[in-house]
Design a protein around this ligand. Structure first.
Ligand SMILES: Nc1ncnc2c1ncn2[C@@H]1O[C@H](COP(=O)(O)OP(=O)(O)OP(=O)(O)O)[C@@H](O)[C@H]1O
Ligand SMILES: O=C(O)C1=C[C@@H](O)[C@@H](O)[C@H](O)C1
Ligand SMILES: [Mg+2]
Length: 163
């Protein structure tokens, strides 16, 4: 593997799980932009949204993404809304291979059941978010992988064959 791999997609699509699997398999570092932001601020994503709002969170997200400019081989799981900024979409495509992990709303609802740490889901439904973002994920990614039916390792192997 020569490049950075960026995993994009909705919350619950499996970016963190598959990203960790890929990084172990490829023996390269794993990063998670949400976790990096939380570490940097010493606060959870929900706390950041509550205290400073989404606009500030998106600014932090854009800044964190830029730190990958100088990194070599690694796997990066990105926040579900990373594709909302044109600047991020361009950065992702020109700095690595971008994989869209795609899951249907039923799968996502099932995976996020009982998880009340998602600020955006307090205002919008999963269906609405998918509707708003599907095109952005598709046009940013080099290829997509459906994650509804397969295990994390099966998804990881499918990505490796396509890279
Ligand atoms: N292919 C899969 N099959 C079954 N369960 C899965 C699969 N992928 C992920 N999950 C489960 O779904 C939940 C969400 O997965 P994960 O945290 O990897 O998603 P994510 O895309 O990183 O979401 P977010 O970053 O928004 O938290 C976890 O509990 C995980 O174990
Ligand atoms: O889909 C989104 O916009 C988000 C997804 C999460 O990964 C976090 O980045 C945050 O909760 C926002
Ligand atoms: Mg994640």
């Amino acid at each position: 593997m020569k490049e950075k791999i960026f995993l994009i997609g909705m919350m619950g699509a499996g970016k963190t799980s598959v990203g960790k699997w890929l990084s172990r398999e490829l023996n390269v570092p794993f990063f998670d932009t949400d976790a990096m932001i939380e570490t940097q601020l010493g606060m959870s994503i929900a706390e950041i949204f509550n205290k400073w709002g989404e606009v500030y969170f998106r600014k932090l997200e854009r800044e964190i993404l830029q730190t990958f400019r100088d990194k070599t081989k690694c796997v990066v799981s990105t926040g579900g809304g990373i594709v909302l900024a044109e600047e991020n979409r361009q950065f992702l495509r020109s700095n690595g291979r971008v994989v869209f992990l795609q899951a249907g709303s039923e799968t996502i609802s099932k995976r996020l059941q009982g998880d009340d740490t998602r600020p955006l889901l307090k205002e919008l439904s999963i269906e609405t978010l998918i509707e708003q973002r599907k095109k952005l994920y598709e046009t940013t990614a080099h290829f997509n992988i459906l994650t509804d039916a397969d295990s994390i390792s099966e998804i990881g192997r499918r990505i490796l064959t396509k890279l």
